[in-house]
Design a binder for this molecule. Structure first.
Ligand code: ADP
Ligand code: ZN
Length: 731
């Protein structure tokens, strides 16, 4: 499927790639008026109309009389060659069919409709017959909200008056009602506004990044520095350099709860709000962002990993903040790593990538080592704040009753903070009340009906929840297995249960449990986090949500309830994740003037990972971890792919998996090995049985090409689904 640039006259044969699951392009005739290569079009497919992109010249070689015509060309800029190249390379890299890749790039409702109009209200020229208080308030709001878009109702609400007041003013021409296209460009950001005075370290890093951005070529830089060292200030300077050059910048954040704080910083630095792109953005705003990104009406985009698939007009910089974060790996549908895709996209358009983190991923370290990425390091926290003092609490010598998790040592530390009016964070990476509900009569653990997973009790929701498929059910009185009443017991702690324990231990403290499922919207959660950071709680109990990015200036103690949690299981990345998470959580303490302490409750203080965390010795941790992975030949020192087959019928997936393992010629030819089939880490999800094959190859082997050839040998009959995961998170 080669791309051919250029223009197609009406009636010319064009090849259209649709978002339908077909393995090739389809030929159509260019519509009346012709079309460009890259045009977004609507085409007939059987009885339906589907979305597609003109991919190049038609291929012909069949009855030309039967070729149908493109129905219409959508009212959006054609897809650029660069974007088409990106989608094709991304499809090859992830072994994803191209139509599925195209779907990622076109998931915008009404993207091609002509921009509809909406009303804007502004000060008009008319004189009011008389000026009441209510009317004056409306005028004040109009002055404050310069250039903003309202409905009459919104305007009235903002002014705290009835709609009648607004209507009266409109009738007299005091308030003018105008129509403008709904898709307004975003406000201009001004890169010339002054930033903070950077320290020597920061300025050196900022200059290096700005120079790279000015050069307008591809390059990737790891920007490493402890939380609070000023990484954000530094990469905002790279953004400024990019905006000055007239190119667009993209900042990816791992968590939408973090965007509010970041948007405020952008506004302070550049005088206006950037465009946002994530699941919390309304459909109308999404459509506006998509179109404006393509037209150049958005200079800076702040968003989630899917923002990598926007149709940028001229992308010059991609920042991946907290680049080590596991949420950058898409684990549903098209399996891709936002970090890899950022590098791929940037290399195609000649953009710079900044990978910022206090605890970079081993992948990134390895690329720095190999000379592929550049490294910039900020060595100290900005201002007086220092990394907290980290200590282990050896749980083997703590006197603790059953069903209690706060050790006496940790309790005393929290009490000391309460006396001084400082905040404490109790960190536990487990949502809900208790991870297990067990019957004390028969030992049955309540599991999900559709998955190979335990149901987690959520008292806040008053239900049992499956964290795999989201299925919920009421907490039963009677054990579903033995039918004995009143014997079901919650086992183990979740954050909700920690909230109960904290309320008991610290009756006078304001305790706040912060977990994503307790808030109806990202906005509500953001607002609450901001209030807490301002001092609206004494003890915060939270999941990894609070480990990420947010500043809590009054926080001086972090208690990690179960530092061993991430070290269990067979996951080879467990050590890396635990190390990163613990360092991040600890980084929450002592961000302002007050020094912080992090206390890690552990049953294995001699574990190498725990020791590396306590010593704060990153280099030692990474070299030990790298040596282990190198010896095992696993990523980033070897290449891996996970192939998951799933179907309602367990035999069918094992049969196909066995067949695949036997017919491994194309893989053997590149020296790769196949392991499995074995039950996948979660052997059943939503009623589908899952088996996994792992393919392991040398770093330099052409893994994707061999995988594609291998997979082509098989047909997926019936209800079998396959997904290919390059560099899986766990293996
Ligand atoms: P990081 O991204 O590494 O966590 P930030 O850039 O968020 O660090 O910096 C932490 C805090 O210190 C922020 O409030 C930031 O505005 C402030 N800060 C960092 N460097 C400076 C500086 N040179 N001058 C003034 N404030 C700074
Ligand atoms: Zn389930």
């Amino acid at each position: 499927m080669a791309t051919a640039p250029g223009w197609f006259e009406a009636g010319a044969l064009v090849a259209v790639l649709t978002t339908q699951p077909l393995d090739r392009t389809l030929d159509y005739r260019a519509p009346e008026g012709g079309c460009f290569a890259g045009a977004f079009v609507e085409v007939p497919l059987g009885p339906r109309k589907v979305l597609g992109v003109v991919w190049g010249a038609g291929e012909g070689g069949y009855d030309l009389a039967k070729v149908r015509s493109v129905i219409r060309v959508l009212d959006v800029a054609p897809m650029r060659d660069e974007m088409r190249a990106f989608l094709m390379r991304a499809a090859d890299y992830t072994l994803t069919p191209l139509p599925a890749m195209l779907r990622l790039a076109t998931r915008v409702p009404g993207m091609g409709d002509a921009p509809s109009m909406r009303k804007v209200y502004a000060r008009g020229v008319g004189d009011p017959d008389r000026m009441t208080d209510a009317r004056a308030r409306v005028m004040d709001v109009l002055d404050e909200q310069d250039g903003a878009v309202f409905t009459q109702k919104e305007l009235a609400d903002l002014a705290g008056v009835g709609v009648g007041v607004v209507k009266g003013l409109v009738a007299q021409g005091v308030v003018e009602e105008r129509e403008t296209p709904r898709d307004l460009p975003f406000s201009r950001l001004d890169p010339e506004l002054p930033g903070v005075d950077l320290t020597g370290d920061q300025a050196a890093a900022a200059d290096a990044l700005a120079d790279a951005v000015r050069a307008g070529v591809y390059g990737t830089t790891m920007l490493r520095g402890v939380t609070g060292s000023g990484k954000t200030e530094v990469y905002l300077e790279a953004v400024a350099a990019c905006l000055r050059k007239g190119r667009q910048a993209l900042v990816l954040l791992p968590e939408i709860a973090l965007t509010a704080e970041f948007l405020t910083r952008v506004q302070e630095r550049f005088g206006a709000m950037p465009a946002e792109w994530h699941s919390g953005v309304t459909m109308t705003e999404r459509r506006r962002a998509w179109r404006m990104v393509g037209q150049g009406g958005a200079q800076l985009i702040v968003g989630a990993r899917s923002a990598l698939f926007l149709p940028y007009r001229d992308l010059g910089l991609i920042v991946v903040d907290e680049e080590h974060d596991t949420s950058y790996k898409q684990e549903d549908g098209v399996l891709y790593s936002a970090r890899d895709m950022a590098v791929l996209r940037a290399s195609i358009v000649g953009a710079q990538v900044v990978l910022a983190s206090a605890t970079p991923s081993l992948e990134t370290w390895a690329n720095v080592d190999a000379g592929k990425y550049r490294a910039l390091t900020l060595t100290s926290r900005y201002g007086p704040a220092v990394m907290p003092d980290m200590r282990a609490i050896d749980m083997r010598s703590e006197d603790l009753p059953g069903s209690r998790w706060v050790s006496p040592t940790l309790q005393r530390a929290v009490e000391a903070r309460l006396e001084r009016g400082e905040q404490s964070l109790l960190f536990l990476n487990r949502r809900g009340y208790a991870p297990v509900t067990i019957c004390r009569a028969c030992g049955n653990q309540i599991g999900c009906d559709h998955c190979d997973a335990r149901m987690v009790e959520h008292r806040f929701l008053k239900r049992l929840v499956c964290h795999q498929c989201g299925e919920t059910k009421p907490v039963p009185e009677t054990c579903p297995a033995c039918e004995v009443d009143g014997k079901l017991a919650a086992v183990g702690p979740g954050v909700e249960r920690m909230g109960e324990e904290a309320a008991l231990l610290f009756p006078d403290a304001r305790v706040e449990v912060l977990s994503s499922d307790m808030y109806s919207s990202a906005r509500a959660l953001k607002a609450r986090i901001a209030a807490i950071a301002d001092g609206d709680a004494d003890i915060i109990i939270g999941t990894q949500l609070v480990a990420k990015g947010h500043n809590f200036p009054k926080l001086t103690l972090v208690g990690v309830i179960d530092a061993d949690l991430g070290l269990q299981g067979s996951d080879l990345r467990a050590a890396e994740r635990t190390f990163q998470l613990m360092r991040q959580v600890a980084g929450r303490a002592g961000r302002a003037e007050k020094p912080g302490v992090a206390l890690l409750q552990t049953f294995q203080p001699e574990h190498p990972v725990i020791r590396a965390i306590l010593a704060g010795d990153e280099d030692r941790f990474w070299s030990a971890e790298a040596a282990e992975r190198r010896a095992a030949g696993v990523p980033p020192y070897g290449r891996m792919a996970g192939i998951v087959l799933s179907a309602p019928d367990v035999q069918a997936v094992f049969d196909l998996g066995g067949d695949m393992a036997r017919r491994d010629g194309p893989l053997r030819r590149i020296g790769a090995q196949v392991y499995g089939p074995a039950p996948a880490p979660i052997a059943r999800i939503r009623g589908r049985h899952r088996v996994r094959l792992l393919v392991k190859a040398d770093k330099t082997a052409p893994l994707q090409v061999a995988l594609a050839e291998w997979l082509r040998q098989f047909r997926w009959k019936g209800d079998i689904r396959i997904s290919v995961d390059i560099d899986p998170q766990s293996f």
